[in-house]
Design a protein around this ligand. Structure first.
Ligand code: SAM
Length: 352
């Protein structure tokens, strides 16, 4: 089951997902060290690398490409199956167009010439169920995807669209759903990843005092509420909605992983990853550019969910565009309340 249809398609997500790329860069060196020394099966076995939650592909092609290079550094002629997976409603066409674009070079081809022994594959399935055949993955990643719960919570916060901004009941429900989902995700990956295989999972998270993207959630909530007040968004739809996203603390990744018994924990950490547009704004103070970048990044991940949840049949689709226009105006008027802090929790696992 899944509670969304994917990110904003048609290349929009890829153009506005540099913070996800930066997060991968922050956690990858430690993972690369594990790939460099992990046991590999006897040649000529095919190795499998997989991304769970690949979206439109720019970051996935890059991340899995780094892993392909790390494995090829060990075995230059190694056959590798490269598996990009996401919901069936994801924009896989965009991913394919990027991967096989003859004007570029990717892990799969160089200016149209396919790389021998590299086999890209694409699967549309929820990662809260089986995605790939048993024991076919040697290295898996899932970047900023498992925070999306398998289903919405039943008691959304009053007057807010973020679970993390909610009351004790909303938070408890989010926490319980996130734990059940994470246990399920690990059980499914346990079937797909071979003994000795590695899995890296990073999700927007929280520390003792803050949670990832508090400012942007508040921003989108404020914009929605203004449009509800103006009669452009249905009040009951707004009241019934919150994003099915829960920001875990590091122990909310580590404890279920340890208890599940399928994986051993190699590394688990909480990171405060700098965001390019936040740093640029600190350096140049260009509030218009900042507003466009911040709202673009937020729109890329949130717009399809918001559109599906807030529009009744027959409602004006432009109302959702207006939410993001309002958000941009709010940032331009006063950027400080909405600043984006990129708190991520990351866990590196080895299949027992
Ligand atoms: C913020 S994007 C991250 C994409 C990519 N990993 C990156 O780092 O840029 C989250 C992705 O997770 C996917 N996703 C969310 N829930 C999912 C599920 N249950 N099964 C598979 N994919 C899911 C979404 O469709 C989306 O493409």
């Amino acid at each position: 089951m899944a509670s969304l249809t994917g990110m904003k398609a048609g290349g929009f997500y890829d153009r506005h997902s540099s913070l996800q790329r930066t997060t991968f860069e922050a956690v990858y060196p430690q993972f690369a060290a594990a790939i460099a020394t992990m046991p590999l099966p006897e040649e000529p076995a095919v190795l499998g690398v997989a991304d769970y939650g690949c979206s439109e592909g720019g970051n996935s092609i890059y991340g899995l490409g780094r892993i392909v290079e790390a494995l090829r550094a060990r075995r230059p002629h190694q056959s590798i199956a490269v598996m990009h997976t996401d919901l069936a409603t994801n924009d896989f066409n965009h991913l394919l167009g990027l991967l096989l674009n003859p004007d570029t070079a990717t892990y799969a081809q160089k200016h149209g010439a396919l790389r021998p022994g590299i086999f890209p594959m694409f699967v549309g399935a929820s990662f809260y169920g089986p995605v790939l055949p048993p024991a076919c993955v040697h290295v898996g990643i899932s970047m900023l995807a498992v925070e999306w719960l398998s289903q919405p919570i039943t008691h959304p916060p009053t007057d807010h669209i973020g679970i993390m901004a909610g009351d004790a009941r909303a938070l408890a429900e989010g926490r319980a759903q996130a734990e059940a989902d994470w246990r399920l995700f690990l059980a499914e990956r346990g079937r797909e990843i071979v003994p000795g295989g590695r899995l890296l999972v990073s999700v927007p998270g929280r520390n003792e005092t803050d949670w990832c993207a508090r400012g942007p959630y508040d921003l989108l909530n404020r914009a929605c509420r203004e449009l509800v007040g103006e009669g452009r968004i249905d009040a009951s739809r707004y009241a019934a909605f919150c994003f099915p996203v829960y920001a875990r603390a590091a122990d909310e990744l580590a404890t279920p992983a340890a208890e599940g018994g399928l994986f051993a924990i190699e590394h688990c950490e909480t990171l405060d990853v700098p965001i390019g547009f936040e740093c640029a704004f600190d350096a140049d103070g260009d509030v218009a550019a900042y507003a466009t970048a911040l709202v673009g990044a937020w729109k890329a991940v949130s717009e399809p969910v918001l559109r599906a949840a807030l529009l009744r049949p027959g409602d004006d689709p432009a109302s959702i565009d207006a939410v993001y226009q309002r958000a941009e105006a709010l940032v331009r008027a006063d950027p400080q309340p909405w600043r984006f802090r990129n708190l991520e929790v990351s866990i590196q696992l080895v299949r027992r």
